[in-house]
Design a protein around this ligand. Structure first.
Ligand code: MN
Length: 437
């Protein structure tokens, strides 16, 4: 199946020189979107496209440069800071915009003299969430995470019998989805230790979860099931996602209805939306380990078997307050790959979510669940890396960590690399822990 086109050509370069540097997150093959404006101004929000060390301002670009036939109507909402209108239009429109941006930014483009005037310095910008998030759902598709965490909570029965059959999820809280770079205030909560009665106060077991977030483009009507083929066309973009978690609240509250206040205080995403089209060279066959059951027909398709899975490398980095004071760089806590970690593909999550007629809406956010590697030390959370808080990690400067401490900065990074393709980055998502107040 041919997923790639001229916009993915590894030989393609940009007149924006920095985009051609090997290893850059934002080469011309990526072209992610964010909602932004110059910081400290009352300027209207607009959509920008990251290219190398710069951002192409689509409001300026629509004013300053000529564009080809038929593209003006698609750029208009983007110029006005409205990504959702284009997200709702579906893959044909997404492809048209991508092709137009790729040609405009390519080496030799006759738009270059105009668009040069429309490049912004990303360090001078402020960002908003890319669109209004109506609903946020977090899944549990990372099988190694499910197995390791299951063993901590239920040593005799780590993976429940529904796991290979049902993409497990819960409804998260859209209002507390935050942009990367902010502070995460340590929450208060009800927890149960060894004392006979629970207590209420600042939580102690503050954790991160290394996940991918999936941005839903076109939604579906209530009662309309989205089959596996159509599900692909609903997926607009991805972001690294941190599902901040209060493990001590979670352990006490999670039965019988699942996570609630352990999760709803904060979820962080990148301002940059990397599109599913940009991921085309990094699509891989969906495969189950030998002996595992195959999905039921409503979660199966030829396309999904051929290229439903994503080859995305994920990393978690920690810089403590002490490390910052000593000017020591962040240390990598763990790394994993979505291809190995995810038991379900993005299309399967969409098809399952809508299989009862539930209506997804443009701008909805789906978390994949924690994507941990299969090996010890590849856990996508401190809960796993510290064996439930029993075995502290020793950091290079001698500090110990079981869970996050005040002043810690936790950063998630994600990128894609494959032979024959130009590496693309998904940006990063960081947050710094502030004391409970
Ligand atoms: Mn999660």
């Amino acid at each position: 199946m041919q997923l790639t086109d001229a916009t993915h050509d590894p030989a393609l370069t940009s007149w924006v020189e920095s985009a051609n540097a090997p290893g850059h997150d934002f080469p011309i093959q990526n072209l992610p979107y964010a909602r932004l404006r110059v910081a400290g101004t009352d300027d209207s929000w607009r959509i920008g496209v990251a290219i190398g060390d710069h951002v192409l301002d689509l409001q300026l670009a629509t004013q300053q440069s000529p564009w080809g036939e038929g593209i003006g109507g698609l750029l208009e909402p983007l110029a006005a800071g409205d990504l959702a209108t284009v997200m709702a239009l579906g893959p044909r429109a997404w492809k048209l915009v991508r092709e137009a941006l790729s040609m405009a930014l390519a080496e030799g483009s006759d738009q270059a003299p105009f668009l040069e005037l429309c490049l912004l310095d990303p360090h001078r910008l402020e960002y908003s969430l890319p669109c209004r998030i109506g609903d946020y759902t977090d899944f549990y598709a990372g099988i190694h995470h499910a197995r390791t965490v299951g063993a901590l909570f239920r040593p005799d029965n780590p993976l429940l019998p529904n796991y290979p059959w049902v993409p497990i999820g819960y409804h998260g809280r859209a209002s507390s989805v935050l942009l990367e770079g902010g502070t995460i205030q340590r929450p208060f909560g009800q927890t149960k230790g060894d004392a006979p009665e629970p207590a209420f106060g600042p939580i102690r077991r503050l954790d991160y979860e290394l996940e991918l977030g999936l941005w839903i483009g076109a939604g579906n009507d209530l009662g309309q099931r989205v089959d596996m083929t159509a599900a692909e066309a609903r997926l607009f973009g991805v972001t690294p996602l941190n599902d901040w978690s209060a493990r001590d609240i979670q352990a006490w509250e999670y039965q019988p209805l699942g996570p609630f206040l352990a999760k709803s205080f904060a979820t962080s995403v990148s301002p940059w939306v990397v599109t599913f089209e940009a991921l085309a060279p990094f699509r891989r066959p969906f495969q189950r380990p030998a002996g595992d059951p195959q999905p039921l027909p409503y979660l199966d398709s030829t396309r999904n078997r051929e290229c439903g899975a994503l080859d995305i490398h994920l990393e978690a980095w920690l810089q403590t307050a002490q490390m910052k004071a000593a000017r020591q760089p962040a240390v990598r806590l763990s790394q994993a790959n979505a291809l190995e970690a995810a038991y379900w593909t993005p299309a399967q999550l969409v098809a399952h979510h809508t299989s009862n007629g539930c209506n997804l809406q443009v701008g909805d956010l789906l978390g994949t669940g924690t994507l941990s590697g299969s090996q010890p030390g590849q856990g996508g959370s401190l809960l796993e890396l510290s064996s439930g808080g029993k075995v502290p990690l020793t950091l290079p400067d001698g500090e110990k960590r079981t869970f996050l401490e005040d002043g810690d900065t936790l950063t998630l990074k994600a990128f894609c690399e494959a032979p024959g393709a130009v590496r693309i980055g998904l940006g990063s998502v960081s947050g710094t822990i502030a004391p409970a107040a």
